[in-house]
Design a protein around this ligand. Structure first.
Ligand code: HEC
Ligand code: HEC
Length: 294
């Protein structure tokens, strides 16, 4: 096998990389250097950062990013950007950390419960990804559980305007507040649309889409909750405990181990049968012009 020679250009690129490393700038090896020596991976999880996150900034950034790249992107990017600023090692904003190297755009796939499939809510998926990355995986269950019990949307984003120009509806103009009792995108959104009598397309008289208004606010508040948990501001036990209505199911089935999950059993099972949510209509149904009740 031919021995690998380092080309002059690679050598120069490599030295610049090494020099920057020595200055503590945390620059990763260049592509060429990586080709010669193999890339140096970012450790996973990153060392648990001993920093406090700016909760208000997380809420506003999550709100903005939601409109730029969807719900999972909003939650993940807001927390990553907060870690980036909190981990700066000098006051002038220099001293980058590995948080600066994570490509936040990778989280765009999670919209609509992963590529529109309505599975795990992208907000939860995004927050969970960053919690795992920051070595706070033990908090993921608290965030998911908290989400399932909130009467969303909350009113913490009143007065927010996204960089895109979208204006948060005043809480009084929100068409419904609903508890999902589930971490699933499909169930979370469908309960809201059902209660509000709207479809995903419907907007307020000012042209603000109701579903986007709801999901952007949930994105902002859930990311903020994750930041508060990271900051140690909340006693995690008070954030979520399995509701009594189905804690007994888990007390047996957790031991029998014949099912996977901590979701509210009663959304799908009753004590007699599996509940199937009926459509209530025949197969010859015609699409309505608008479903909006308001
Ligand atoms: C006292 C213990 C206990 C509690 C409490 C309990 N289960 Fe079960 N469950 C069982 C056992 C035992 C089986 C049979 C297991 C098997 O066949 O492997 C079972 C079976 C089931 C099955 C499988 C279908 C069937 O009927 O065999 C479902 C679904 C189920 N339970 C749901 C629930 C839900 C939902 C709750 C709470 C409302 C609940 N269980 C509470 C013990 C319990
Ligand atoms: C999103 C809906 C949903 C939720 C929430 C849910 N289940 Fe199920 N579960 C199902 C479906 C669907 C099946 C398959 C039923 C069948 O084929 O009869 C099932 C099957 C089961 C079975 C039977 C497994 C077997 O091997 O026979 C058990 C036991 C069970 N669920 C317990 C639970 C418990 C306990 C919870 C709450 C912690 C829960 N489920 C939450 C939908 C759900």
């Amino acid at each position: 096998m031919e021995s690998k020679k380092i080309h002059r250009r690679e050598f120069i690129a490599g030295s610049i990389g090494a020099g920057a490393m020595a200055l503590g700038l945390g620059v990763r090896p260049s592509h060429l250097q990586a080709q010669a020596y193999g890339p140096e991976p970012i450790g996973f999880p990153l060392p648990q950062p001993q920093v406090l996150l700016d909760v208000d900034a997380v809420r506003q950034t999550a709100y903005d990013r939601y409109f730029e790249g969807g719900c999972m992107f909003g939650a993940a990017a807001s927390l990553i950007e907060a870690f980036r600023s909190a981990c700066r090692s000098d006051d002038a904003g220099g001293g980058y950390s590995d948080w600066d190297l994570i490509p936040t755009a990778m989280f765009k796939y999670g919209s609509g419960g992963v590529a529109g499939w309505g599975t795990i809510c992208g907000i939860l998926n995004g927050a969970a990804a960053v919690l795992a990355m920051a070595d706070y995986g033990s908090l993921i269950g608290q965030v998911i559980g908290w989400y399932t019990l909130q009467s969303f949307p909350l009113d913490n984003c009143e007065g927010f305007t996204a960089a895109s120009g979208f204006e948060a509806l005043a809480d009084i103009d929100v068409p419904a507040h609903t508890v999902s009792d589930s971490p699933l995108c499909h169930i979370s959104i469908s309960k809201f649309c059902e209660a509000a009598g709207i479809t995903l397309k419907d907007s307020s008289p000012e042209g603000m889409n109701y579903k986007q208004d709801r999901c952007s606010k949930i994105c902002a508040d859930t990311a903020a909750l994750a930041a508060r948990l990271i900051n140690g501001e909340l006693d995690s036990e008070s954030v979520y405990a399995t509701p009594a209505s189905y804690a007994s199911c888990l007390s047996c089935h957790g031991d029998i181990k014949d099912q996977v999950g901590k979701m509210n059993c009663l959304g799908c099972h009753s004590t007699s049968d599996v509940i199937l949510v009926g459509s209530g209509h025949g197969s010859d149904v015609k699409p309505p012009k608008s479903r909006k009740k308001r």
